[in-house]
Design a protein around this ligand. Structure first.
Ligand code: HDE
Length: 743
């Protein structure tokens, strides 16, 4: 098990599982290693994990970190507990006594352990890290994190699914949240984004309707973590503004391979404001250095059974192994005048600004280098709020954003139990907090003095107003009538859906059509299906026809458009395809299975295992059972996992070495054939060597020259290894994909 040695965990210390009585444990901040921010930054550059206590957020969390190794059990009042097995009774067979405060405290605390889950984005996973600024951006923003090249700002990031409950699966077809809390030295900035750059609706007024429609249907509470049901499609088909988002959600973006392989977007237009008070519009983009990779639908369905924690585990293990995921932050900067010239409105969250119109400029990088110590204390209690902005960053008038500025703070009041959630350590700012807000449930701070008002003279006027050094809202001149309505350009709903579809590669387009077919086949009311088809006719005739055929329905009339569509600026944007960002990490942290049974050719196992490990892949020997097995040359190999406990879907690639007895065993084990078939169907790289070619033939896995991911011996082993590693780096090999699947 890999571990991060800077963390006070039970498996890092000798004898930790069986601690001798009275052991005294060194607090994490005193552990050997870097102790200053700059030393820590050097460490991070050299690829070493940062030491606890060096990162300012870590230091503030040290204060509340608890390590019980070698300590006696106590009550919450610190009273040592003599017996944690038996309640206090009047005689061993007699009634339990009310005065047993130890039993009562334990049970009472347990009874109240749960807090309400997030109304949306309930299931998530978080990590600590830092943001590093590339170059000063003082010409456009005064935000402190962007003022110096190389400046590092601590962050906590939470990724999430949207619709499922806290205990649901990771691999649902869904939008993913990508929320970043920057602990800047002028307060916390929360960039609460998604992995899709647009949204279903244009106005916050519709958000509760959208969420009610996608959540499990209220009469029977089904389906969990899925949009494939009547109420969702009923709602969205009556809201043509959702068309563009639907295309994204039906694309492979909504079934990412990993949190580490997805982009993130701030979605709305924000403002940067500089020292002189000038404003520039900005859109935020996170681009993963790991590349953008997704699953295929059949795989996502199977992973949700094999490992519902698939994404959580992937993120955790990568960070524990020191393979820190990294994203580049890019910005699209544009002026009010540019915004006015576009055929769409930049305040409309159902629209992107194509990169061809405003290029994305990289401004810094985000590195996640430390797992939380405690899921509840950190990942569950972290409270992201779009209202948390800092001097230099401001809002636009996007009406969806306006609702969010209210909603996030409001929801924490229920979820975290009152107005002092900012004092929970994971939420606390690392810059000082001084104001006259007082009291409330669970107040932690102890304010000194008798003054809790402003203006005052008794406290010398403190805390005083910061004036122009503080947050000054951008003084946008506004002269308007109060009105409930929308600007004209908000009425065009299909141009960018078409742009998105036309910018996908043929396999991506095929996946979108298949996803619509699947989702709509779960819709029981034909009129709803028809309405979606009528919507799709405005996006692409080809897509609408494929989906209609898949549902066995005739094509209906196209949905009437609210306005004559303006001519779009472009009709293709290659950046919208997942293939635009293959990534720079080669095969690092890709999981490769080598199937092994007794009699396997150990030489072939090693020929693959060695180079794969050297290239940074995670290699597992998968046997009919775990434990030792004798290879052909009597060498003993250790199977790390079994065909039963780690099925094909949790691996990115597979190798089946040769060996007569080994292949005979695998031929008789239906799980081995199924393993190979799933790898094949999911378009993953496969190398089949020696006698194992017979297994491939019997499974229907056939050589095809167009298939760059399939190696059925043939080509001479030394080159096969190198080519296989290249194929693993390329991830999926869709040339072999057929609908319906051949195998
Ligand atoms: Fe959210 N959203 N949202 N949302 N959202 C929440 O806040 C809301 C929207 C997003 O990891 C809630 O703390 C409204 C867009 C993320 O803790 C809640 C509207 C985007 C997370 C809420 C939107 C998001 C949330 C639930 C429309 C992408 C998880 C719990 C006006 C830019 C943050 C919570 C985390 C969570 C409201 C639309 C992203 C209820 C009213 C658009 C990543 O406040």
């Amino acid at each position: 098990m890999p571990f991060n040695e800077n963390k006070a965990t039970e498996y890092t210390r000798e004898g930790a599982l069986d601690p001798p009585e009275g052991t005294v444990i060194t607090p994490p901040s005193e552990l050997a290693g870097a102790s200053t921010v700059s030393e820590n930054q050097e460490n991070a550059k050299a690829g070493a994990p940062p030491a606890s206590g060096a990162n300012p957020t870590v230091a503030s969390l040290d204060r509340v970190r608890i390590d019980a190794s070698g300590q006696a059990l106590t009550t919450n009042q610190g009273v040592p507990v003599a017996d944690n097995q038996n309640s206090l009774k009047a005689g061993v067979r007699g009634p339990a006594l009310l005065k047993d405060f130890i039993l009562r405290e334990k049970i009472t605390h347990f009874d109240h352990e749960r807090i309400p889950e997030r109304i949306v984005h309930a299931r998530g996973s978080g990590a600590h890290g830092f943001f590093e600024c590339y170059e000063p951006l003082d010409d456009v923003t005064r935000a402190s994190l962007f003022q110096e090249a190389g400046k590092r700002t601590p962050v906590f990031v939470r990724f999430s699914t949207v619709a499922g409950e806290r205990g649901s699966k990771d691999t649902a077809r869904d939008v993913r949240g990508f929320a970043v809390k920057f602990y800047t030295d002028e307060g916390n900035w929360d960039l609460v984004g998604n992995n899709i750059p647009v949204f279903f609706i244009q106005d916050a007024m519709k958000f509760p309707d959208l969420v009610h429609a996608v959540k499990p249907e209220p009469h029977h509470g089904m389906p969990q973590a899925a949009s494939a049901h009547d109420t969702f499609w009923d709602f969205v088909s009556l809201m043509p503004e959702s068309t563009h988002m639907l295309l994204w959600v039906m694309s492979d973006r909504a079934i990412p391979r990993s949190f580490r392989t997805m982009q993130g977007f701030g979605v709305h237009t924000f403002r940067f404001v500089n020292e002189d008070g000038d404003s520039t519009f900005v859109k935020f983009h996170w681009n993963p250095k790991q590349g953008t990779h997704s699953q295929v639908w059949d795989e996502a369905v199977k992973v949700s059974g094999a490992d519902p924690d698939f994404h959580r585990r992937d993120l955790w293990e990568a960070i524990e192994a020191g393979d820190f995921p990294e994203w580049e932050l890019g910005v699209q900067l544009f002026t009010e005048e540019q915004a006015e010239s576009f055929s769409f409105d930049v305040l409309d969250a159902t629209k992107i600004i194509p990169e061809e119109l405003v290029p994305v400029q990289p401004i810094g990088r985000l590195v996640l280098d430390r797992n939380p110590d405690n899921f509840f204390a950190e990942t569950e209690q972290v409270a992201f709020c779009t209202a948390h902005v800092v001097p230099g960053i401001d809002f636009s008038n996007d009406p969806l954003l306006a609702g969010r500025i209210h909603s996030y703070v409001d929801t924490q009041l229920t979820r975290l139990g009152g107005p002092n959630f900012h004092e929970i350590p994971i939420n606390a700012s690392i810059s000082p907090v001084h104001n006259n807000q007082r009291d409330g449930m669970h107040r932690q701070g102890i304010h000194r003095g008798r003054v809790a008002y402003e203006p005052n003279s008794l406290a010398g006027g403190c805390p005083y107003q910061a004036g122009s050094a503080g947050f000054v809202p951008f003084p946008e001149p506004i002269e308007a009538d109060e009105v409930r309505g929308k600007p004209e350009k908000f009425a065009e709903h299909f141009n960018q859906a078409t742009l998105f579809f036309n910018s996908q590669t043929p396999p991506e387009q095929a996946h979108i059509a298949a996803a619509f077919r699947f989702e709509l086949s779960k819709v029981t009311v034909p009129a709803v299906r028809r309405r979606v088809l009528s919507m799709l006719r405005n996006v692409s005739e080809d897509l609408a026809t494929q989906v209609a055929e898949g549902l066995g329905m005739p094509l209906p009339e196209a949905m009437p458009r609210a306005i004559e569509p303006p001519t779009p600026e472009i009709d293709q944007s290659p950046a919208l395809s997942l293939t635009a960002r293959p990534g720079q990490v080669g095969v690092r942290s890709r999981k490769v299975a080598i199937l092994v049974a007794p009699g396997v050719d150990a030489g072939q196992v090693e020929r693959f295992r060695g180079p794969l490990l050297k290239a940074g892949a995670v290699v597992r020997l998968v046997g009919p059972r775990i434990g030792p097995l004798e290879a052909a040359g009597r060498e003993v190999l250790e199977a790390d996992c079994s065909l039963e406990n780690e099925p094909a879907v949790v691996f990115d690639a597979m190798v089946i070495p040769g060996g007569t007895a080994h292949v005979e065993t695998l031929m008789k084990d239906g799980r081995a054939t199924e393993f190979l078939k799933d790898q094949y169907r999911h378009c993953k790289p496969i190398a089949v060597l020696g006698e194992a070619v017979g297994l491939a033939e019997s499974a229907g896995v056939l050589r095809d020259d167009a298939d760059s991911g399939l190696f059925l011996q043939g080509e001479g082993e030394s080159s096969v290894v190198a080519k296989f590693i290249e194929a693993v780096a390329a991830h999926r090999h869709f040339a072999r994909e057929k609908d319906p699947p051949l195998v």
